[in-house]
Write a protein that binds this ligand. Structure first.
Ligand SMILES: [Zn+2]
Ligand SMILES: [Zn+2]
Length: 295
């Protein structure tokens, strides 16, 4: 399995000279399984760049297939979709029907207990109030799949999803391909009672890589607990690198990767957070745009 990060930011894109190293696009990950199946996790603004890369191959000819798994439909996880060029590639006949075999094909997954409004939300952000082109205009074949039972087999990958802690809910994913396991847990807050989320522990158990929401430092998350001033982030649905380390250690994860970097964190701040995390758990990485990991 092969993993590439196309967007690592949380909440809102942050272009600019202070975010060059880690990148300014919101969440999008590319996963290639052992049999060559393309999985895409979330459609933040990073998916625009992934789309341009995909256009150089079969997606440019209208013969590509990909599976897009959504963690949830908050804006920073869907806002790149209208700019995903491969979704515009395909042939339609005179009656406007898509021609079989000449259209890119996308399978979109959201769980019925978290995101039963995935289709409505994606359609909604392309209504003319917000965007000039509506979803039906797209020439690719787009199919929505509610993930009943939170399990799905896609190509050589067995995928398990579980609900994690986030306003309106979020899905964490465990992607098993051959002997290797990738766990993606973004937009998830740790339980307020100091325990570790059981669902997350199950998803991350013995994973090769855990990609974890480390939007805040512990001091930013709960300033009062550190004798500091400032707003508490408790209940905002995000976590810290320290909590990521706790999960990684408890679940015996081989490598922790921090993501969903806060818009207020410039390159220097993210690098500092990475150093603090590495001092406790060597090998921990802060994800950056373009980071490729093999597992
Ligand atoms: Zn987010
Ligand atoms: Zn969210």
């Amino acid at each position: 399995m092969h993993l590439k990060f196309w967007g690592v930011r949380g909440s809102v894109p942050v272009p600019g000279r202070e975010t060059v190293k880690y990148g300014g696009n919101t969440t999008c990950l590319e996963v290639r399984t052992n049999d060559g199946t393309l999985l895409i996790i979330d459609a933040g603004t990073g998916i625009r760049l992934l789309g341009l890369e995909l256009m150089k191959g079969e997606f440019g000819r209208g013969t590509g297939t990909a599976h897009i798994l959504f963690t949830h439909s908050h804006w920073d996880h869907i806002q790149g979709f209208p700019f995903f060029i491969p979704a515009y590639i395909g042939s339609k006949d005179d009656a406007g029907n898509r021609v079989e075999g000449q259209c890119n094909r996308f399978h979109l997954y959201g769980a019925s207990d978290v995101d039963d409004r995935l289709e409505a939300t994606l359609r909604g952000q392309m209504e003319h109030f917000y965007f000039p082109v509506d979803l039906n205009y797209l020439s690719a074949q787009i199919n929505f799949h509610p993930m009943v039972g939170n399990n799905v087999q896609i190509g050589s990958a067995t995928i398990t999803a579980k609900r994690l802690i986030h306003p309106n809910g979020v899905l964490g994913y465990r992607i098993q391909d051959g002997d290797h396991v990738l766990c993606i847990a973004t937009d998830c807050e740790h339980p307020s009672d100091g325990s570790i989320d059981r669902n997350l522990l199950e998803l991350a158990q013995n994973a090769d890589i855990l990609v974890y929401d480390a939007q805040y430092t512990p001091e930013e998350y709960n300033p009062a607990a550190h004798g500091l001033q400032g707003p508490s982030k408790i209940g905002w649905g995000h976590s810290t690198f320290m909590e990521g380390i706790r999960v990684a250690q408890e679940a015996k994860v081989k490598r922790l990767v921090l993501t969903h970097h806060d818009p207020l964190h410039n390159d220097e701040r993210v690098a500092e957070m990475e150093r603090r995390a590495q001092a406790i758990l060597p090998g921990t990485l802060a994800a950056y745009e373009g980071l490729v990991l093999q597992l």
